[in-house]
Design a protein around this ligand. Structure first.
Ligand SMILES: CC(C)(COP(=O)(O)OP(=O)(O)OC[C@H]1O[C@@H](n2cnc3c(N)ncnc32)[C@H](O)[C@@H]1OP(=O)(O)O)[C@@H](O)C(=O)NCCC(=O)NCCS
Length: 148
């Protein structure tokens, strides 16, 4: 039986997290960004989604007092469409609420209707557009947020 589990990201996970990044994005975050987030950023909280102990996804947020900002969430393409993203996002929200989060916001590509649809399931709504937000191709970002 499959064994899906979400836990906090540790430094030894970075190698496998970058594999998810590379499989997901044209301009993936390199290892040193994750390293700095884990080691230097006291507001950062990162999680990995594991299946039978293999890292199949990850998510991160910055939590400053009661405001949380999702920095990223991704499931490896081979494992999408099985509710793992939703389970990971729910556990991140539960973690945030447990640590005092009152508002959650994020930016998502205008074209990324899959992620927007998942966020809407958790009550996030569109709050506005940041024009030319993505530096690699100039795509606009949709800002979404929810109040707890
Ligand atoms: C967004 C992402 C994390 C969702 O993870 P996932 O495990 O594939 O999604 P789930 O199976 O948990 O589905 C959750 C919801 O997402 C939406 N969704 C997932 N796949 C979808 C698809 N192919 N088409 C439309 N909506 C979809 C639906 O709302 C779905 O709920 P439903 O099944 O009740 O309709 C994943 O698609 C991903 O890694 N995408 C690339 C990275 C990314 O875009 N991250 C967001 C950056 S802001």
């Amino acid at each position: 039986m499959e064994n899906f589990y979400v836990r906090q990201m540790e430094i030894h996970d970075i190698f496998n997290v970058v594999k998810v990044e590379v499989a997901t994005y044209n301009t993936p975050w390199p290892q040193d960004i994750f390293f700095r987030e884990l080691v230097e950023n006291t507001h950062a909280h990162y999680f990995v989604a594991t299946l039978d102990d293999d890292v199949i996804g990850y998510g991160g947020m910055w939590l400053v007092v009661d405001d949380a900002q999702i920095t990223n969430i991704a499931i490896h393409p081979s494992y999408r469409g099985h509710k793992y993203g939703e389970k990971l996002f729910k556990q991140m929200i539960d973690y945030g609420v447990h640590h005092g989060m009152k508002r959650l916001s994020l930016e998502v590509r205008e074209s990324n209707t899959v992620a927007q649809s998942m966020y809407e399931k958790f009550g996030l709504v569109r709050a506005g557009i940041r024009k030319n937000y993505y530096t690699d191709d100039g795509e606009d970002a949709v800002v979404m947020w929810v109040s707890m």
